[in-house]
Design a protein around this ligand. Structure first.
Ligand code: PHE
Length: 527
């Protein structure tokens, strides 16, 4: 057979198929960098004409599905129990109300572009290409969220007299101590067999640099870990901090966890946030599908109807019940909330949904207004996160408007079920009292400087009933796969049906899968 050069082939393809064909061919030949994310499903225009899809929930999954299906001509009806889009992707501003099952709060601070608080999702990793792709397409402005700040604090009630230390200190000292140990073992010949043919001198030099050891391979602190007295002009040479004891740093998992947190795949720089609040993304979606969303529509019953379709009954603000029929129902409610809706699932499907409903994380957040940016002025903390072993777990500093005259702090973000439940059980005023008391161990200024606290306990938020699905190993293995498949006319989507749980990206990717599955079945029916 006559061979053909790559260039000739690509030319031929170009003549026959144009730019896209050339792009795809070059990508297939390994001649172009191919993005890992292939983009949203490309449904044929008009392919959904005359096909109705009822979507339960206008959170990120529901919005994504309505947008993509709508583009292909599907007749979507989105039923949203709340009076706004976004679901858990929500932003609070002055005057907003927080209604939990047994309390009502109002955000008391003034309105202002930078005066917002995200009680739900608040950051976007740079590799979450699906959500970032929509931000690009919709023109939602993004900015950096400072997720790693070496000058922020780590505070452990049982270490260093309960006094906070700076993150750089912990990270620098852990690296220094471990490098010194390794250098000693290498020097003694204890690892000769293990290192095989590695050049020991080169390895030692590497270890020394890695831990910032002295020429003698001893760790005595380093600029990475910070100074007791800062270097200045003239004869002010600066004094290094003496290292924190390795014994203390290794006796609690807290230090390892908090010091490595910003290295996590989903947490490492560059992290992003929409300018002005996380709800800007949901708002951009909603603007594009506004005409098909019914707000204040609480779904009460989802039944099978007709040969292969379904009937969804919802209640509006006036308690009037309406039924809507469709061949497809896409359910994006969290399983924890779906528990309250009567759905005609098959028994195994029902069991799987019920199992997942038990795995919801009971997370909560607190927001505070501060009339003075004391963390910047007094402590040179510009954005980032401080951590504590107390229940509040974290304090986040605003990533924008540095040196502005006021700002919003995140005063608690709980991360274990136990702490979350304890938090949820307290009335809002008690949550704030404790958040101030605990925050004061990080910042003594707290009691006099923070005000207008607001709290959200996700397990007590109607229509969410939890923060995110933290699948147990057993349920991930047995229940999760069941729910990935449709059950008759019922399809499911949401962060809980992804392997990127607790992220909006997971909700969007799972909506893409559901959209594709619905389109495939719709096409098969037409044949
Ligand atoms: N996405 C959430 C957050 O960033 C929850 C989460 C935390 C998920 C850490 C994974 C890792 O806070």
């Amino acid at each position: 057979m006559k061979s053909i050069t790559r260039r000739k082939l690509i030319n031929l393809v170009g003549k026959a198929g144009g730019y896209t064909a050339v792009y795809n061919t070059m990508a297939a030949m390994g001649l172009l960098p191919v993005p890992a994310y292939a983009g949203p499903p490309q449904l044929a225009p008009e392919s959904g004409r005359g096909v109705r899809v009822v979507i339960l929930g206008a959170g990120m999954a529901g919005l994504t599905a309505a947008y993509e299906l709508g583009k292909a001509g599907y007749e979507c009806v989105v039923l949203e129990a709340r009076n706004r889009p976004g679901g858990r992707a929500w932003t609070l501003r002055g005057g907003d109300r927080v209604e939990e099952t047994d309390s009502v709060q109002t955000v008391e601070w003034d309105r202002g572009e930078h005066l917002y608080f995200n009680p739900g999702p608040a950051r976007l990793p740079q590799h979450h290409a699906a959500i970032l792709g929509y931000c690009r397409a919709f023109g939602v402005p993004l900015e950096v969220i400072v997720n790693d700040n070496r000058n922020a604090l780590l505070q452990h009630d049982l270490a260093f007299d309960g006094k906070p230390v700076r993150q750089r200190q912990v990270r620098g000292d852990i690296a220094g101590h471990l490098a010194e140990l390794l250098a000693k073992a290498l020097d003694k010949g204890a690892l000769d067999e293990t290192i095989g043919d590695l050049d020991k001198e080169k390895l030692l030099a590497f270890v020394r640099g890695f831990g910032a050891l002295g020429k003698d391979f001893v760790y005595r602190g380093s600029p990475r870990a910070g100074y007791e007295v800062l270097p200045g002009a003239g004869l002010e040479f600066g004094t290094l901090r003496s290292p924190l004891a390795l014994k203390t740093l290794t006796q609690s998992p807290f230090w390892q966890l908090t010091a490595s947190f910003p290295d996590g795949f989903t947490q490492a720089a560059t992290m992003l946030q929409p300018v002005g609040g996380m709800d800007r993304i949901a708002a951009a979606f909603a603007q594009r599908v506004e005409s098909v969303i019914k707000y204040n529509a609480v779904v009460t019953r989802v039944a099978r109807a007709g040969e292969s379709g379904a009937r969804v009954v919802y209640r509006d603000r006036n308690a009037t019940e309406t039924a809507v029929e469709a061949p497809f129902v896409l359910i994006t409610l969290p399983l924890s909330a779906l528990r309250r809706v009567q759905v005609d699932f098959s028994p195994p499907y029902q069991a799987a949904a019920a199992a997942g409903a038990n795995d919801y994380m009971s997370s909560g957040k607190v927001g505070f207004y501060a009339a003075r940016r004391f963390w910047e002025e007094d402590e040179q903390i510009y954005g980032g996160i401080s951590w504590t072993t107390q229940d509040i777990t974290q304090v986040w500093y605003p990533s924008t408007n540095f040196h502005g005259h006021d700002g919003i702090l995140l005063g608690a973000y709980t991360w274990t079920h136990q702490i979350g439940e304890r938090f949820a059980a307290q009335p809002p005023a008690e949550r704030l009292r404790r958040a101030i008391e605990q925050g004061a161990k990080l910042h003594p200024q707290y009691p006099t400087e923070v005000a207008h606290g607001i709290s959200v306990a996700w397990s007590k938020m109607p229509f969410s009933d939890g923060a995110w699905c933290e699948w147990s190993e057993e349920n991930r293995r047995n229940a999760y796969p069941v729910l990935l498949e449709p059950d008759g006319p019922f399809f499911l989507a949401g962060e809980h049906l992804s392997n990127v749980p607790a992220w909006q990206e997971g909700a969007i990717l799972s909506a893409h899968k559901a959209v594709t599955a619905i389109a495939e079945r719709a096409a098969a029916r037409k044949i």
